[in-house]
Design a binder for this molecule. Structure first.
Ligand code: ADP
Ligand code: MG
Length: 702
């Protein structure tokens, strides 16, 4: 019964009806009473103080007075027709003016004269007046569950306003709603927690968030509701993690054998960083534990995540298992394949490549070799996780440079074997801690927080069109010194003709500046066939071309150590993490490298901040934090779809403390009472079940 009332379609609320109900759904995604209840105001107007008219002589603020209408008259014609009333308290008087609803106001004034008046005083023709003030009857003592001292303001849209859903109407509907449901709002936390953390009860918080009695209670309500959102998100994530680790056994990688040792001792051309060694240890321990590993590997651009993953794949081979490595683009997948194949050339390890463009005959051959276990490592794109790709014994999956590889896609991998493979997700650039805890909250996290020795920090500059000749001169010097140059053009959508045009126009300019034969230029963009892209990449890698013009198809992962200059055209059009990722394409060898960002002179404040951040720091973790602050979590590196970040009131940036606190709390709780069966924990269990079923992704796993 209780649940039913909150599930009532919003159109049944008095004053809503089918039309507004439809608008609620379309414009605000509100279908039920419960949804409306969680549509929080963005701000409140303080109506708690009653001003004297004599103190009102400041423009701009909404304030209220209490007094009496002394007289009124209707003046003007047609559109200028208006009702003007003289309103006074013991300190002075002010004019009230209405252009609309004149008849209605007149009738009201015939009946009574005492009011509380709310509005924004303005000086007009040397008279202070308020246009369209709100009149409040000071004597009606309505039976309301809330105080009206603060007027809530709700976000709305042009469409919604046209259909009658302005902020004021929503605030009135909210009173109606709160009156009806105040007794059925369930508590979700145990009494213990409420007392220990001194949190407001949920019902109180939901009433106060809309119509607070005072600022202090509004703040408490805000804290309580943020806490709820973050705490239950963490509880969901940890519960999922627990379910998988309990239900899902993992392959045990107990030995380190010939493949790993041979490679480590004979083929590794550099010393691993301490961070790489530590991470390999962490992961080995995890893969030997008997439970399935689900881990996120964070590391800045160039920190050497690939080699780390390769060593772990060799351990999988030593234990008799196959591995796969999945990359987000064909170019990157191909590069991984070429590199790894080369590195493992004189070892008895079979490495193959599979992507969407693999020909049917080859695909068939691969499929057979996969199934009879001849292939040890399969590298490719999303094509790897298609259902029809069947392995003999897939033990380890590495997902490179992905933020978007969420819970759902990982679940897909589990179907591939009776015992699911260990999964390692590697990020393209670091993500801030609160994000990692939330988007990847069901994963364990390893961090490579050290770059290989001998790397020189990349020098980053911000240039304008007037600097172009200087830029060309600089490129020429670097090329003459034997280095190579990337020039990247923005591309909002790969299909946009104008962007391709910019790339081609850029090519013409470059071709003139950098004539053959000594300055061959290559070009790569999204419209090319995979073979063509690969051909161009290979020419660049072999130094047959000295300049590579491209769109963002080379954004992630590409590793050409001889390239020392990254020129980014229209840099203001790129996101911050994208810029950092592009910059990471250089500085991979021992030579000093440069990132040169070209932009127009007119910049928005946001793009200015992005470019400044790039010039000021090379640290990806710092960049990630700035990016999060500038963009907000909803828009952060393609995490939008994940649903995990759809917070109504919590904010991963400002509420970092609550995120961390609720994470720890949820962890303790789950450790102490995994099934939330203990006395007092049932409320939380109920809420958790409700949330897990609501969220499709999570529900699929629970
Ligand atoms: P990312 O973490 O961005 O994916 P990569 O794995 O592409 O970085 O590594 C960047 C470059 O650094 C590669 O050329 C790789 O061979 C090299 N590298 C990796 N680890 C080390 C190390 N410990 N010492 C020196 N070079 C390394
Ligand atoms: Mg990489």
């Amino acid at each position: 019964m209780q649940v039913n009332l909150l599930d009532t379609p919003v159109e049944f609320l008095k004053g809503v009806g089918p039309k507004k109900g439809e608008l609620f759904k379309k414009e605000f995604n509100i279908s039920t009473y419960d949804d409306l209840l969680h549509y929080y105001p963005y701000r409140h107007v303080d109506k708690s103080k009653i001003y004297k008219i004599s103190e009102s002589r400041v423009e701009g603020a909404f304030i209220q007075f209490r007094g009496r209408v002394q007289s009124y008259e209707i003046v003007g014609q047609q559109r200028a027709r208006r009702l003007v009333a003289q309103f006074a308290d013991e300190t002075g008087s002010i004019e009230l003016v209405w252009f609309n609803s004149i008849k209605w106001i007149e009738d009201l004034l015939k009946e009574r004269r005492e009011f509380i008046v709310f509005g924004k005083p303005a000086l007009f023709n040397r008279h202070w007046s308020i246009t369209h003030p709100e009149l409040i009857d000071p004597y009606t003592q309505q039976e309301l569950p809330v105080s009206l001292h603060f007027q809530p303001l709700y976000n709305t849209s042009e469409k919604a306003k046209k259909g009658g859903l302005d902020s004021k109407t929503i605030s009135k509907l909210m009173i109606m709603l709160l009156t009806q449901i105040k007794d059925v709002i369930p508590e979700t936390l145990s009494d213990d927690l409420l007392a220990k953390l001194k949190l407001l009860p949920r019902k109180e918080a939901l009433l106060q968030i809309h119509y607070p009695t005072n600022i202090e209670l509004l703040n408490k309500a805000t804290v309580r509701l943020k806490f709820d959102e973050l705490f239950f998100t963490q509880l969901c994530l940890l519960k999922m993690k627990l379910i998988t680790s309990q239900r899902v056994k993992g392959h045990v990688f107990s030995t380190v054998g010939d493949a790993f040792n041979a490679f480590y001792n004979n083929h590794l051309s550099f010393e691993l960083t301490n961070a790489q060694k530590r991470v390999i240890k962490e992961i080995r321990a995890d893969m030997g534990s008997g439970r399935q590993m689900n881990r996120l590997l964070q590391g800045d651009v160039g920190s050497g995540k690939t080699i780390t993953a390769l060593l772990l794949m060799l351990i999988a081979i030593d234990n008799g298992y196959q591995s796969c490595l999945m990359a987000p683009t064909e170019i990157l997948a191909q590069q991984h394949y070429d590199n790894i194949k080369k590195q493992l050339a004189d070892m008895d390890v079979r490495v193959e490549f599979l992507s969407g463009s693999t020909k049917p005959a080859k695909r068939k051959e691969l499929q057979e070799a996969l199934q009879n276990g001849e292939i040890n490592i399969l590298i490719g794109t999303h094509a790897l996780i298609e259902r029809k790709v069947v392995f003999q014994n897939l033990g380890f999956v590495v997902i490179d440079e992905q933020h978007r590889f969420g819970v759902e896609q990982r679940a897909k991998l589990w179907e591939k074997n009776a015992i699911p493979p260990h999964v390692l997700v590697m990020t393209a650039t670091p993500i801030p801690r609160t994000m990692a805890m939330t988007v990847y909250g069901d994963l364990d996290i390893s961090v490579i927080n050290e770059l290989p020795k001998g790397r020189k920090p990349i020098t980053t500059s911000h240039l304008f069109e007037k600097d172009r000749l200087r830029l060309f001169g600089f490129m020429k010097n670097q090329i003459d010194a034997g280095r190579q140059v990337f020039v990247v053009y923005p591309l909002i959508e790969e299909s946009e003709k104008s962007d391709l045009f910019a790339l081609m126009a850029g090519y013409d300019v470059m071709a003139e500046r950098f004539p053959l034969p000594q300055y061959a230029i290559g070009i790569v963009h999204g419209k090319m066939k995979p073979e063509e892209k690969d051909y161009e990449m290979q020419r660049f890698i072999r130094k047959e071309t000295r300049i590579l013009l491209s769109t963002t198809v080379i954004e992630v992962g590409i590793d050409v150590p001889n390239a020392t200059v990254m020129v980014i055209e229209n840099a203001e059009r790129f996101g911050l993490s994208q810029l950092h990722q592009l910059r990471g394409r250089v500085g991979r060898g021992g030579e000093q490298s440069y990132c040169l960002m070209m932009s127009s002179n007119k910049l928005t404040s946001d793009s200015k901040q992005r470019l400044t951040a790039m010039v000021n720091t090379n640290d990806g973790f710092e960049i990630a934090n700035i990016d999060l602050r500038l963009r907000g979590p909803g828009d952060f590196q393609g995490t939008r779809q994940s649903g995990m970040l759809d917070f109504k009131i919590a904010d991963l940036i400002r509420d970092e403390k609550i995120v961390v606190f609720t994470r720890d709390l949820a962890k303790q709780l789950i450790e102490d009472d995994p099934n939330l069966q203990k006395e007092g924990n049932q409320r939380m269990a109920r809420r958790l079940v409700q949330l897990m079923h609501r969220d499709q992704n999570l529900g699929m796993i629970s």
